[in-house]
Design a protein around this ligand. Structure first.
Ligand code: TRP
Length: 478
């Protein structure tokens, strides 16, 4: 563990506070047990429900290949520079996100970290409910197998699970697991679990992709997924843009300080650019593979319209039907839903860890009570979601359309415009010859990133307002 001595941002009493805080968090929080621990933990955070559950329905909402194209562009041009912004803040300060921003920024900017805590609470509340559904499907594989005769039966099965007591039970189980892991500390558990999970997910997705390729409508599915209609991009950019940007931030765990926290345990000899590329490569590769696996299954099972319906249930319905169809489907399904539940666990842990590490540092309480308080609050906030799916839209729209984008925008403005030299310096550490690449990164951060984020935020707020005055008020009235 390297504790940086380079606190060039504080002097006098401020320096003292920074050192004190960093020691407090160093003694309480994990350090990477191996050199690759950081990569594994960051990949574990990034790869989760965002890739396997949210990505396919975002593709569906965004018109198939048109969405995929915009999404990939956003990952490369927005996600990549943005993840580096979080990395430099974390490694520069060696602090939790709240402390990091207090030490780096001045004026109102010092409070950005608090926004992350709110975001963490909001994400976790519904993330846990959806993860609970995956656990439930895993359990179905053990008890009954996936014996649904047709898509309707599969839909009815999902309906009986998604809301009500069942949902509440599995939300409770999942939250208990997250709280359990975070309460004990996460050094060994996470690193080891992720080393098994990531390869397992890739292998299972490849198996499903091969199965999908044998289906009758595979060709149609690939066309839907891979050949973009540029007309759609031009006509619908106002929906596509916030959807793709929100998905890019969500899937890379950006906009709420996870990557700041994880990078705060890094030594100065790591090449941040290389690490960022590795993490993004895994995350994007897995998401793209998910599309190859599920669209042939969805479209063959329920037609092309099914792919386009904006549904949170598509993956459950279509895959349960597929697993009931194929030989060995029960084992395959068990493995699939089980691994996704594990992937969700490693992501959920990263979210809760941000909140918990802050509570520990700030209020000087032990890890266990801190985890119980934060986890308990999140559990309560998730309860409405287990009872009515409108609350899922209420939280997901708010988080993806507004909170994550706002968090990312504030960080980007800070590093790009207020402390650019510190950012460039930090990026260069661990890189033999960074040349002009530091400046190119800074200019990407300063202008394109800011523009995209501002536009996305405006559209996100507008979209959310429409939701509140539209479906949500209809729901309230009914
Ligand atoms: N990236 C994770 C996924 O795709 C979810 C996640 C974990 C996340 N930590 C986050 C999303 C922080 C936003 C912010 O499932």
């Amino acid at each position: 563990m390297v504790v940086s001595n380079d606190y060039s941002f504080g002097t006098g009493p401020c320096l003292f506070i920074v050192l004190l805080q960093s020691q407090m968090c160093m003694s309480e929080r994990e350090t990477w047990a191996t050199r690759t621990g950081f990569i594994f933990a960051a990949v574990g955070s990034a790869v989760g429900l965002g890739n396997i559950w949210r990505f396919p329905f975002a593709v569906g909402e965004g018109g198939g290949a048109a969405f995929l194209l915009v999404y990939l562009l956003f990952i490369a041009l927005i996600g990549f520079p943005a993840i580096l912004v979080e990395f430099v803040i974390g490694r520069r300060t060696n602090l939790n996100p709240v402390g990091a921003l207090q030490s780096l920024a001045t004026g109102p900017w010092r409070y950005i970290g608090y926004l992350f805590l709110v975001t963490g609470f909001a994400i976790m509340a519904y993330y846990s409910v959806v993860a609970g559904w995956f656990v439930r499907y895993f359990v179905i594989g053990i008890t009954d197998g996936y014996t649904v005769a047709d898509p309707e039966a599969a839909g009815a099965l999902f309906g009986s699970i998604a809301t009500g007591l069942d949902s509440l039970l599995y939300h409770t189980i999942f939250m208990a697991a997250v709280i359990g892991v975070v309460a004990v500390g996460i050094r060994d558990g996470i690193e080891k679990a992720v080393k098994f999970m990531v390869p397992a997910i890739i292998v299972l997705l490849l198996v499903l992709t091969v199965y999908g390729a044998t289906l009758s409508d595979a060709g149609l599915a690939y066309e839907y997924y891979l050949s973009p209609d540029f007309g759609v991009i031009i006509d619908q950019w106002q929906t596509l843009l916030p959807l793709a940007a929100g998905q890019a931030f969500f899937t890379l765990s950006l906009g709420m300080g996870v990557m700041i926290t994880y990078a705060s345990y890094l030594g100065e000899d790591r090449n941040l650019v290389k690490d960022a590329l590795t993490i993004i490569g895994f995350d994007t590769g897995i998401a793209v593979l998910v599309g190859f696996a599920v669209f042939p299954i969805i479209i063959t099972g329920a037609g092309i319209e099914a792919a386009g319906e904006e549904t949170v249930n598509a993956i459950f319905v279509s895959l349960a039907a597929a697993f009931s169809d194929i030989t060995g489907g029960r084992i395959l399904g068990l493995l699939f839903f089980g691994t996704v539940a594990l992937a969700a666990l490693s992501s959920a842990i990263s979210i809760l860890e941000v909140v918990v590490s802050y509570i520990i540092d700030q209020f000087d309480v032990d890890r266990r009570p801190a985890t119980a308080i934060a986890g308990g609050g999140i559990f309560l906030l998730g309860i409405p979601v287990t009872q009515d799916l409108i609350f899922l839209d209420l939280l997901d729209g708010f988080v993806n359309g507004i909170l994550l984008v706002l968090g990312a925008l504030l960080l980007v403005l800070l590093v790009g415009w207020m402390i650019p030299d510190a950012g460039r310096d930090e990026l260069a550490k661990g890189i033999t010859d960074i040349g002009k690449r530091g400046d190119i990164w800074l200019w990407l951060v300063r202008i394109p990133l800011v523009v995209v984020l501002v536009v996305t935020l405006a559209l996100g707020i507008e979209g959310y307002f429409e939701f509140l005055t539209g479906s949500f008020s209809e729901w309230l009235a009914s």
